[in-house]
Design a protein around this ligand. Structure first.
Ligand SMILES: CCCCCCCCCCCCC[C@@H](O)CC(=O)SCCNC(=O)CCNC(=O)[C@H](O)C(C)(C)COP(=O)(O)OP(=O)(O)OC[C@H]1O[C@@H](n2cnc3c(N)ncnc32)[C@H](O)[C@@H]1OP(=O)(O)O
Length: 360
């Protein structure tokens, strides 16, 4: 029997070398790694020159690990060797000139950047699986999602009712509808805004990723307007400003809550996401201006009625009008606008940046 050299095809990844030996029905395989980092291959099989004994040796460019995996099939022998260090090699063998029997395995061939991408994709997959398994470990996840879904559904229905009611009345009554917004929608708005306190509690309980501070500013700010400025002053309740404040609040909420509902069931509608993360840009400043107008309109009423005024010692006068507290609140309101505007801007950028990465 003649001893011949088979055709050998190779490819690499950062951590491995793949060899494909073109030998069918290979028997009596003897594959070993010599001390000088050289792979010795010997086997009987059917190659380019028919049934024969075939052998070859390859001294690798860089050190490889001694454990070698191989699999012999009817068509070929596949060999997988692990590199000592995860590094891209310029060539397979130490000797500069490529042996004649060796060629690239184009079925497996990747250049360095392709292999890097493959590696990244693998890492991302592993990360995703580990995050998913961590998430799956939470035994209350279903309960939490169910609660959030129901909360968002109730808020969505409440704000939709307010929005539709106001829109229909605007179409039928025109500007006249401005004057009785409070009497027709306040009960529902009270309900929704009281429920919204949960939006401050949810991040504290770790149920949502929202920051506590922006949510607190949002809920406290609105509740001051609703319960103190409108709720406690009958004279404010039939002013057109109520219409603008309620309309601006409900416009964003009929998009924000359905967006959260979909997030609870891991679904996304692009248009809804865009509306949730874009509508605030005009609505938020308009909302703050409308709220500021309401506060300014209420100042003389608080001065006149002395409601919530702070009793003072006789020496300092009769009492301190609540309008001073509200003037301080006006300043806080614009600081709050700045904080939440920045927060929402960051949320928007984060959302669109992370989505862009996912697409790439
Ligand atoms: C007595 C002292 C008072 C002191 C007060 C100081 C005055 C402050 C005044 C402030 C001015 C207020 C003016 C305002 O009232 C005017 C208006 O509202 S006008 C109308 C326009 N308004 C808006 O657009 C604001 C709407 N509100 C909000 O967007 C939120 O309330 C806000 C907290 C500002 C931001 O929301 P958030 O931080 O939650 O951002 P995201 O939506 O991106 O959510 C982050 C991630 O959490 C998940 N999440 C959040 N909530 C839920 C939920 N309920 N259910 C399920 N999932 C939820 C969300 O999906 C995000 O997850 P992921 O990152 O994975 O996508």
């Amino acid at each position: 029997m003649q001893i011949l050299t088979p055709h050998v095809y190779w490819a690499q990844r950062h951590g491995e070398i793949y060899l494909r030996v073109d030998l069918s029905d290979a028997k009596n395989l003897d594959i070993s790694l010599q001390e000088n980092n050289t792979l010795q291959f010997r086997a009987q099989g059917h190659g380019a020159k028919g049934d024969n004994e075939y052998k070859f040796s390859l001294e690798f460019l860089e050190p490889v690990r001694p454990e070698i995996k191989h699999k012999s099939t009817q068509r070929q022998v596949d060999i997988k060797i692990k590199k000592q260090e995860d590094r891209w090699w310029d060539r397979l063998t130490l000797q500069g000139k490529k042996p004649l029997f060796l060629a690239p395995d184009f079925d497996r061939w990747l250049d360095e950047s392709d292999a890097e991408m493959e590696l990244q994709a693998k890492e991302e997959k592993i990360n995703k699986i580990s995050v998913e398994s961590r998430v799956r470990k939470d035994p209350y996840l279903g309960l939490k999602k169910g609660y959030l879904f129901m909360y968002n559904l109730v808020q969505f229905l409440g704000f939709s009712w307010i929005f539709v009611n106001m829109t229909v009345r605007l179409f039928i009554l025109g500007q006249d509808s401005f004057y009785d917004t409070f009497h027709t929608t306040a009960d529902m708005m009270y309900f929704c805004q009281m429920m919204a306190v949960l939006e401050v509690i949810n991040p504290l309980l770790g149920l949502v990723k929202t920051g506590f501070f922006p949510a607190m500013l949002q809920v406290a700010g609105r509740n001051v307007i609703l319960f103190v400025v409108f709720g406690s002053l009958e004279d404010m309740q039939n002013k057109p400003v109520v219409f603008f404040v309620f309309y601006l609040w409900s416009t964003i909420e009929i998009f924000r809550y359905p967006f959260y509902m979909l997030a609870c069931i891991s679904t996304e509608w692009k248009l809804l996401t865009w509306l949730r993360y874009s509508l605030w840009i005009p609505l938020y400043p308009l909302g703050v201006v409308a709220e500021a107008v309401a506060v300014i309109q209420s100042l003389p009423i608080f001065d006149e009625t002395r409601l919530f005024s702070l009793p003072l010692p006789a020496l300092l006068g009769h009492s301190l009008s609540f309008s001073y507290t509200l003037q301080l609140y006006l300043v806080l309101m614009f600081l709050g606008l700045f904080v939440n505007f920045r927060h929402l801007y960051k949320q928007r950028r984060r959302r669109y940046r992370s989505r862009k990465h996912k697409v790439q």
